[in-house]
Ligand binder design. Structure first.
Ligand code: FAD
Length: 287
């Protein structure tokens, strides 16, 4: 399949990319790793007249610790993320997710910022960033703003990004001591996208009770969603078999379940409970 003709505009700075977006308006589309955009263009589901490439902008791919957070540049690839000792040291959940995310070729090109901005309802890192209570840094014509991942993901392939805005960084708070995190998914065997995935972050008190839980589910609904009822059911509890099963049984509360050829709504609902229970157990063991 061949995409429709387009003009290629490599930006040399974030400011230039923003200016190009302003100049060309709806005609222009940003490209990061191209792993979602190019297939969509080849299918002619997207036909941008102008492609603004972020790939030549220096300084947008980095991972560094600053002020109690790990800051990840938007153009950081999945592969670079997986190779980071800093990431591995604080967030076991990220290698979990990368191990089951797409294939090596996609991981070599696909970017963290692209994953956030694309907001595929079956993506992996979106749920991971939600569960880690991450923040998204956005630069646009009006300057720079930061918003929580909770507020960023709005709907299927829809975020709070405004015209002319670019995701420049993802910030993940360094978790407190006795925190464990894990990502578990039931994957589509062909694409590896999540039929249902669960990201869990659990912090334990000295007596082994749960001091805080942050749980996010992907694949099952129109967007990655925090499982607030599960979080509430875990708070203050000893994580024994009964409590775990009880908490996981709330995984679908408040979820707008979707169904398709890969799994009905009922099946996805069941799998939400199973994946959530497994993710909590794994995270708690690591805490
Ligand atoms: C075969 C295959 C299997 C896959 N399997 C999985 C999987 O199992 N799990 C998973 O999570 N993903 C999967 N993906 C998707 C992959 O993770 C994509 O790389 C990712 O969704 C988008 O990242 P990208 O850098 O390639 O973005 P691009 O494709 O370049 O862009 C995607 C969209 O985001 C916008 N955009 C990109 N960067 C920015 C930015 N910094 N600011 C604002 N807007 C931006 C673009 O304009 C475009 O609309 C798969 C893809 C393929 C081709």
């Amino acid at each position: 399949m061949i995409p429709a003709a387009f003009e290629y505009r490599p930006a040399r700075s974030v400011e230039e990319a923003i200016a190009l977006l302003q100049d060309y308006g709806d005609e222009a589309k940003l490209m990061a790793g191209g792993q979602s955009l190019i297939p969509t263009m080849k299918l002619r589901l997207a036909q941008p007249g102008v492609l603004v490439d972020l790939g030549r902008i220096p300084g947008l791919a980095y991972i560094r610790e600053e002020n109690g957070t790990v800051a990840i540049g938007a153009m950081t690839t999945y592969t670079a993320l997986g190779r980071s000792d800093l990431v591995g040291q604080h967030f076991a959940i990220i290698p979990d997710a990368l191990a089951v995310l797409a294939d090596r070729q996609v991981r070599n090109r696909g970017t963290v910022g692209g994953s956030m901005a694309h907001a595929d309802p079956a993506a992996d890192l979106t749920a991971v960033v939600l569960a880690l209570k991450g923040a998204i840094v956005i630069q646009g014509p009006g300057g720079t703003r930061t918003m929580t991942a909770d507020d960023f993901f709005v709907d299927t392939f829809a975020t709070a990004l405004q015209p002319g805005e670019i995701v420049t960084e993802i910030r993940l708070p360094v978790p407190p001591a006795h925190t464990g995190s894990a990502y578990v998914k039931l994957e589509n065997k062909a694409s590896h996208y999540a039929v249902v995935g669960c990201a869990a972050v659990i912090t334990l008190n000295a007596d082994g009770t749960c001091s805080s839980a942050s749980i996010a589910i992907t694949g099952a609904s129109t967007r990655p969603t925090r499982a607030k009822a599960v979080e509430a059911a875990l708070a203050g509890k000893k994580l024994d078999e009964t409590q775990l099963s009880d908490a996981a049984s709330h995984a679908v509360d408040g979820l707008e379940l979707v169904g398709d050829i890969h799994g009905s709504q009922a099946y996805r609902g069941q799998m939400c409970t199973v994946m959530t229970r497994r993710a909590i157990l794994k995270a708690a063991e690591r805490a």
